[in-house]
Design a binder for this molecule. Structure first.
Ligand SMILES: Cc1cc2nc3c(=O)[nH]c(=O)nc-3n(C[C@H](O)[C@H](O)[C@H](O)COP(=O)(O)OP(=O)(O)OC[C@H]3O[C@@H](n4cnc5c(N)ncnc54)[C@H](O)[C@@H]3O)c2cc1C
Length: 293
């Protein structure tokens, strides 16, 4: 089902999950087990990330197809403008559609390693809103598009009002859904949502959540994407050894609290960045299952 219909017709908040294409045989075997566990829950769609520099282009599409075929669940490939000419964008989207995709997450992507600023490919795009407009021109209603939103502002655009102006450009270009970057302080999300709505953004805004099961790993990710882990949460997590079962359970408990508060405050769904593991997501969905029925 397309994003634009899914959120409009859903009778309860939509649970969606994000996975990434593994690079090794071991990673593939692990994901195969984990995805079976994840899909025991009422998942509205599975989104499949697109590797930095287009490195997993092939894997993104084949994984999305494989899971769609095997489980009958809606899967959604991500795509970025990194190294992408217009013809390669069309190639990707044509194949995605031919293989059954009805949605896509349209992104600019991060500058490749060693590059400070984003340099568009020759004949490619500098910003995600241009990609959205291009896809809409070529595919119209065949593809429903999601774009990224940043409750704490984007790393290159820390001013929230400006970041929201840029988000609005993506929605005006044709995006049907906003999925946010991870965040741990719901106050940031609520302020962002309020400002977005005031700015005239009317499409569903879905919070992206990453449960912390290993502090050092998630801390590194937050440093890269410019999100913060609040001091009191950090204190709780650092009372335990890094990645220990106690730290995992504390991180999962915090994620359940965070998601619970969001679900009490009218979010259209939650999007969980699973990092290809089912453990934390399963705990969250079991604790919050009544919201998804
Ligand atoms: C839900 C989600 C999924 C993601 N999945 C992936 C993935 O699969 N693969 C991957 O590589 N990355 C992924 N990312 C990360 C994303 O690629 C980065 O955050 C990237 O730096 C920005 O992408 P964007 O699509 O938001 O870019 P844009 O919306 O183009 O924004 C990029 C920067 O340009 C600024 N900007 C936008 N428009 C203008 C304008 N008109 N004038 C001036 N400045 C402007 C923005 O404020 C921002 O600072 C994901 C992020 C999220 C939140």
């Amino acid at each position: 089902m397309q994003f634009k219909d899914l959120y409009r017709t859903a009778r309860s908040p939509v649970l969606s999950i994000e996975i990434f294409p593994p690079k090794t045989e071991k990673g593939r075997a692990h994901l195969e087990k984990e995805i079976a566990q994840l899909l025991r829950h009422p998942v509205g769609f599975v989104s499949v990330t697109y590797g930095a520099g287009g490195s997993t282009r092939e894997n993104t599409l084949s994984l999305a197809k494989q899971i769609r075929d095997q489980y009958g669940v809606t899967t959604v490939p991500h795509f970025t403008c990194v190294g992408a000419s217009r013809s390669s964008i069309l190639e990707f989207a044509n194949r995605a559609i031919a293989e059954g995709a009805e949605n896509m997450v349209a992104l600019r992507g991060d500058p490749p390693k060693g590059q400070k600023t984003f340099i568009p490919a020759a004949d490619g795009f500098r910003y995600a809103y241009q990609l959205v407009a291009f896809l809409k021109t070529h595919y119209g209603d065949k593809l429903s598009l999601a774009v990224a939103g940043y409750p704490e502002g984007h790393v290159e655009t820390r001013d929230l009002a400006t970041s929201i102006e840029h988000l609005k450009m993506k929605v005006e270009a044709g995006a049907d859904l906003v999925i946010t970057q991870l965040f741990y302080d719901n106050a940031d999300f609520f302020r962002f949502r309020e400002m977005a709505v005031k700015a005239g953004i009317t499409v569903p805004i879905v919070p992206g959540l990453l449960p912390i099961t290993k502090y050092s790993q998630i801390h590194r990710i937050t440093q890269l994407c410019g999100a913060k882990i609040p001091k009191d949460l950090t204190k709780v997590l650092l009372a335990y050894d890094d990645g220990s079962p106690d730290q995992q359970m504390a991180g999962i408990a915090a994620a359940i609290d965070q998601a619970g508060e969001l679900l009490e405050n009218d979010v259209p769904g939650i999007h969980i960045f699973t990092l290809n593991n089912s453990f934390a997501t399963a705990h969250m969905v079991e604790a919050l299952g009544h919201y998804f029925r």
